[in-house]
Design a protein. Sequence first.
Length: 69
Amino acid sequence: MGLFTKHSNYESDHTKFIKELKEKTPGMDERQVAGRALLWDKSPLSLDEQRRVNESRIRQQAYPYQSKV
């Protein structure tokens, strides 16, 4: 008897919910991919752009509420 034969047809409530949601909402996968690309999948910066970004950062003191002595 195989290890997964007893519960091979089991689906959790979460899995059922996601499947039903995807069936009710056509185009959801495409919008999810587009949203990820918008927020996370960025092209790498060139060395000049990296240098410019690093030089333009404003340095903060370690604890901003401490008065400068």
